[in-house]
Design a protein around this ligand. Structure first.
Ligand code: NAD
Ligand code: UDP
Length: 313
């Protein structure tokens, strides 16, 4: 049993992670400032005797005694991370410093929720962990991309300089129940639009690609990486589903799955929107014996069922 801190624990991924950790017998401290997360996401865990909820902002230090830290605190949707770009950088950078400081003091093992965005608009396809990326340092996505890149740098430097036991997971687009209806990311936007009979908003011509991972698969990858040992285990690991789809294909799948009468409309493509994205997961397969088990059709079905309930409540 571990005493685990989950920062960003009241968010989409964080709430699923807290649930899984409690199920396997850990004690969980869930820390969140509720910027994009909701108390409601973890309400069902509040009575649990091994669960504690803490309102706190990771840009400020926190004194806790833990032996595992999952650092997820950071808005993940472009709409939300661009809302206060300076704060996004502070959250990634100062949040990483504060959580690494905590890990150093308590000798806790710490996992960073990094992102496929560290590859930017990638010229290597699919993306392998040793690709350094193609990131605009001064664009509208930079607060997130560069913030996460600096966080990776800090993790590696605390590891080299202070022997902090780190793990870095590069998460590729993940979706599922408990995404906020106004989250702004593509899967939740399209499902909500389809269920409400509104136009489906494709940005650009919809030929850009993404690879979508269902949340349960991703959380399994987190847990395996956190507990895995080995000489190179502190280096980044991609976790995602290699099934690659154009955004137009995604829209069409969601229309057909929901039986919606919604029409597809095209809006301007935001700047620096990556053209293509697909993880090479060979490293996760070898190190963690992990690969995704839920394909897009199955995952979308579960997610649509969640939003149907959510929107009718
Ligand atoms: P989310 O927005 O639902 O969750 C982020 C959580 O962090 C929210 O609960 C938010 O309130 C909290 N938070 C934000 N700033 C904070 C701060 N300063 N202090 C404390 N809490 C703060 O998004 P998510 O999809 O659950 O993402 C979780 C993590 O995974 C993020 O770090 C994100 O960058 C990373 N990630 C997610 C995806 C994905 O597809 N879901 C992809 C790549 C990376
Ligand atoms: N997108 C879209 N319509 C939407 C929301 C997003 O066409 O309503 C596109 C967006 O431009 C991007 C892709 O879908 O090309 C994935 O966007 P998302 O914000 O989910 O994540 P990203 O991978 O870009 O961070």
């Amino acid at each position: 049993m571990h005493r685990v801190l989950v920062t960003g624990g009241a968010g989409f991924l964080g709430s699923h992670l807290c649930e899984r950790l409690l199920e396997r017998g850990d004690e969980v401290v869930c820390l969140d400032n509720y910027f994009t997360g909701r108390r409601r996401n973890v309400e069902h865990l509040l009575g649990h005797k091994r669960f504690e909820l803490l309102r706190h902002d990771v840009v400020e230090p926190v004194l806790l005694e833990v032996d595992r830290i999952y650092n997820l605190a950071c808005p993940a949707s472009p709409v939300h991370y661009q809302y206060n770009a300076v704060k996004t950088v502070k959250t990634s950078v100062m949040g990483a410093i504060n959580m690494l400081g905590l890990a150093k003091r308590t000798k806790a093992r710490i996992l960073q929720a990094s992102t496929s965005e560290v590859y930017g608009d990638p010229e290597m396809h699919p993306q392998k962990e040793d690709y350094w990326g193609h990131v605009n340092p001064v664009g509208i996505r930079s607060c997130y991309d560069e913030g996460k890149r600096v966080a990776e740098t800090l993790f590696m430097d605390y590891h080299r300089q202070n022997q902090v036991d780190i793990r870095i997971v590069r998460i590729f687009n993940t979706y599922g129940p408990r995404m906020h209806p106004n989250d702004g990311r593509v899967v939740s936007n399209f499902i909500v639009q389809a269920l409400q009979g509104e136009d489906i908003t494709i940005y650009g011509d919809g030929s850009q690609t993404r690879s979508f991972c269902f949340v349960d698969d991703l959380i399994e990858g987190f847990l395996r990486l956190m507990e895995a040992e080995g000489p190179d285990i502190h280096l980044p690991v991609n976790i995602g589903n290699p099934g690659e789809f154009t955004i137009r294909e995604l829209a069409e799948k969601i229309i057909s799955l929901t039986g919606s009468s919604s029409k597809i409309v095209c809006h301007p493509l935001p700047s620096d929107d990556p053209r293509q994205r697909r993880p090479d997961i060979a490293r996760a397969q070898t190190l963690l014996d992990w690969s995704p088990s839920i394909d897009l059709a199955q995952g979308l079905e579960k997610t649509v069922a969640y939003f149907r309930d959510e929107l009718s409540a």
